[in-house]
Design a protein around this ligand. Sequence first.
Ligand code: NAD
Ligand code: GLY
Length: 371
Amino acid sequence: MSSTISVNLPLSSYEIAIAPGSLDNLGDYMNRLQLGKKVLLVSNPTVFKHYGERVLSSLKASGFDVCSCILPDGEQYKNLDSIQKIYGTALENRVERSSTMIALGGGVIGDMTGFAAATWLRGINFVQVPTSLLAMVDASVGGKTGVNHPQGKNLIGAFHQPRLVLIDPEVLKTLPERELRAGMAEVIKYGVIWDADLFAKMENCLRLDQMEYLMAPVSGGENSLIDYILIRSCQAKADVVSKDEKEAGLRAILNYGHTIAHAVESLTGYSVVNHGEAVAIGMVAAGEIAAKLGMWQSSEVQRQNILIEKAGLPTKLPAGLDIAEIIESLQLDKKVKAGKVRFILPTQIGAVTITDEVPSEVIREVLQEMT
Ligand code: NAD
Ligand code: GLY
């Protein structure tokens, strides 16, 4: 199975190529884009150990002059110190305007590499080679790049579109199951906000938490479930980003579940729950808020929550979190406008609305029920 999805933008359109084994052809893909010959590969030790040599060989065989920067693994390193390390490698190796930075890793590496590329020499090319499910279906597409501030998630950043997103689904074989589940949270998000068929497909499948099951060929030689999930999710993201690149309106729907997720991640020091788990908790909260406000049928909220559980994701707040602190932390969210917290709330499976009229008492009540 090979698929190509276009992200159509006024000035910076690009393709998402989904192809098994494509890691070995990265150099060819890059040559087709006629990118300069110097590249800086950014990764972490976990991912580099599995795939670094294959990527380096492909790039070298295609005539690229490669240097690399291996950053420590973890959300706690998604900060300006890591960006300084990328700049240091760029400086030492004379990375120029015509050069390209390549992100080989999950969303943390992708967001940081994109931010370094957006700011180095006021912006150079970058290519996303996402290796986690979450990065494949969400973080690598759409050009949001950045790092965390000690007081808030992704507060420092820039829009900078990649020139290419190259997805090799086979690398998911080494992804830890917890990370697979985290990615599934964003897939469920697309089902709720945009694609009711994707939601139904996930409801009808036996398991969502095991790679062997997801990768098994479907009878009749059709795409495996993971192929379907990658294609539909990337298409959903490409559709939304193509309509609203800089989040003037519609794109905000991609933040479904993220308002409370960011507060939970930040208050737990990015170490208790991962991003996808926090999004799952945030979607449960947003669903319950929508139901309490009479905007979404309780039966559909239940369907969402059952799917979240089926993916092995949490539906309750981590123990020990103070609800008043969560509500206070919501004020730091990027989505706050004139002091009002913005929520994305479902109205039916496949459709959402954006509102900043959620009373704090409702948020408090829902969070209380989730302890
Ligand atoms: P991550 O980058 O920390 O990766 C999760 C873990 O999986 C890491 O330990 C990583 O080393 C490991 N890993 C990745 N691929 C692997 C593979 N193939 N085999 C073995 N191990 C592998 O986390 P993530 O969930 O990929 O991304 C989360 C980040 O993405 C957050 O910082 C979030 O803010 C960001 N994000 C950005 C956007 C965006 O639009 N830019 C969207 C969603 C999330
Ligand atoms: N992940 C949210 C966005 O890309 O807009």
